[in-house]
Design a protein around this ligand. Sequence first.
Ligand code: UD1
Length: 431
Amino acid sequence: MDKLIVEGGTKLRGEVTVSGSKNACLPILAACLMTNEESVIHGVPRLVDIIRLSRLLGELGVKVQRDENDPFTLRVQVEDESKHLARYDLVRQMRASICVMGPLVAKRGKALISQPGGCAIGDRPIDLHLQGLRAMGAQYRLTRGGNISLRAGRLKGRELFLGGPFGSSVLATANVMSAACLAKEVTVIESAACEPEIVDLADFLNKMGARISGQGSPRIRIEGVRRLGGAEHTLIPDRIEAGTFMIAAGMTRGEVTIKNCQLDHMMAVTANLRLVGVTVEKISGGGHGKAGAVVVKTGRKLRAIDVTTQPYPGFPTDLQAQLLAMLCLADGNSVVTDKVFPDRFMHVGELGRMGAQLRKQGPAVVVCGVKKLVGAPVMASDLRASAALVLAGLVAEGTTEVRRVYHIDRGYQRIEEKLNALGARIQRVTE
Ligand code: UD1
């Protein structure tokens, strides 16, 4: 098992390029189940989660191959449509495997998916996914071994409400929107997730021949079609990776140019970072389409703020841990509330081991800013919490050992290499 050894005390300086979005990539790869033609996806990061989903797709008869000439391009082609089992071993390792459910049931008429179960960021139900597919005519039941078996003829479009107790659901929207593309008639999803990754998925599906409108708003309309074809697509930049680098630059009082950064996906992030005292400035060049380069720096003291995570366009829960690490060093008291995953605070205890003063109260954490953090051995508990611990290690006095970094490899492509290129001193050690 690998660990990262982080030497604290360097200011990050230089340029870094953001990879394609992991969370856009996963449902897009799953959507390829719905055509027999080849699809080509560009800008695919080399991440454990993507390898895992590719493996699952392989078991479902889909060939997923890296392009010989471009390691960031995947070619995806269905070869065998007779399979429909998503095994526990694979689903357990990555909850996002659930995104094959909608495409499978829409195209193959059946799906047998192991229930994902809970995970380190709290109880994560799939009731909205099932509710949406059932409304379109799929029948489901729990089978022996904890699998959910879904069956359907051709799904039928209808108007459905997909809001849950914590607001919209990203992957439930992805599943229902994808499945609705092959359904009879029109589906309208009310309280749909508005995340840029949903817009990217809808754009990809439309290239495949789907008829989706309203993506990016809470009301998505899908006119079903008989068949979908292959498509070629470039993923949007990963806004969570970009936000992590912004926070790293701000925390270390460095100056970093972040390329392939799509600022219009990050309004809540940049607004809150500016309140903390971090400058984020767009400069020309450094990306395709709407993506570009931004310079991030901070010279002054960091200010305390109150921030609440919410579904997009609110502040993303996937950057909560990293922001919280930064606020440990701010001047004054901050309150960080997670309204998307109220239990997502496993990093609080570990940051406390580094000298942070934090008090959890229900879905919120009160952060009392301290002058310094000290290096310590800490344990990563989930993907974004691990990133927060690495960032804390960058500013701590002495050495921080972050164990269980397999979590971080799920969502950041060799984070230590990108940070070291900015002047960090991080070593990966295999125990
Ligand atoms: C996606 C992201 C994840 C991010 C999360 C919230 C991917 C691969 N993962 O996860 O990184 O942290 O969005 O932005 O895109 N809920 C229900 N019932 C359901 C489904 C969800 O109550 O059937 C609840 C969840 O418990 C949570 C909230 O809805 O409180 C939002 O979760 P959701 O948007 O579904 O997260 P994911 O799509 O799994």
